[in-house]
Design a protein around this ligand. Structure first.
Ligand SMILES: [Fe+2]
Ligand SMILES: [Fe+2]
Length: 196
């Protein structure tokens, strides 16, 4: 799919245009969980997204503390490493389930959603590449954990550079995806979309 440059995730600074997220106006975010069609899948979807937001924020603030020398290298390592691994693995898994299991169901149920879900799938590719870059710089940062001075600082700066972008793009993506997914569920019902 050829997407407009301003809609490409690294360039996107605002929510999706109303012709793509065409049900957003009809179902305002603050009314979602009170709607009678708000089911288990919708609730779980939002929970997963909140988990990524929260964990992403924790990793970012731990990295910030480490760069400010406010946390000892070994304490940082203990806190950061398992959480980063969990974050990266689950994010990849989450996107795969969306790409292969869920997005095709939305597209085939409602043709007006094709453009939006193609765009979200493109977002996943951008995020995937940034995730790989982020993981690579994280490894270099952890390898330089006990180095003194510049080497440690440069490695931490390189990781922060990649991971801050990753988180910014992910937060944009999560909001935009919710604006497509949840109103579609409310409009069509989980039963009609997912066959249950
Ligand atoms: Fe997604
Ligand atoms: Fe998602």
């Amino acid at each position: 799919m050829k997407i407009a440059p301003e809609l490409w995730l690294p360039n996107r600074t605002d929510k999706l245009p109303a012709d793509i997220a065409y049900l957003r106006e009809k179902y305002p975010r603050e009314t979602w969980d009170e709607h009678r069609n708000f089911g288990e899948t919708a609730a779980f979807w939002l929970q997963m997204h909140d988990m990524f937001r929260e964990l992403g924020g924790m990793l970012k603030s731990a990295t910030h503390q480490f760069r400010e020398d406010a946390i000892a290298p070994d304490d940082f390592h203990r806190f950061f490493t398992p959480r980063l691994r969990y974050f990266l693995q689950h994010l990849e898994g989450h996107h795969q389930v969306e790409d292969y299991n869920y997005f095709p169901l939305f597209r085939s149920h409602d043709k007006r959603l094709i453009v939006g879900f193609d765009l979200l799938e493109e977002d996943h590719e951008v995020i995937h590449d940034q995730l790989a870059a982020s993981a690579e710089t994280a490894r270099a940062m952890l390898a330089a954990l006990h180095e003194e001075g510049d080497a440690r600082r440069f490695a931490a700066d390189a990781y922060a550079n990649k991971s801050d972008k990753l988180l910014d793009w992910l937060l944009r993506h999560l909001d935009d995806e919710e604006d497509l997914v949840i109103p579609s569920i409310l409009e069509h019902t989980e039963g009609a979309l997912f066959g249950r």
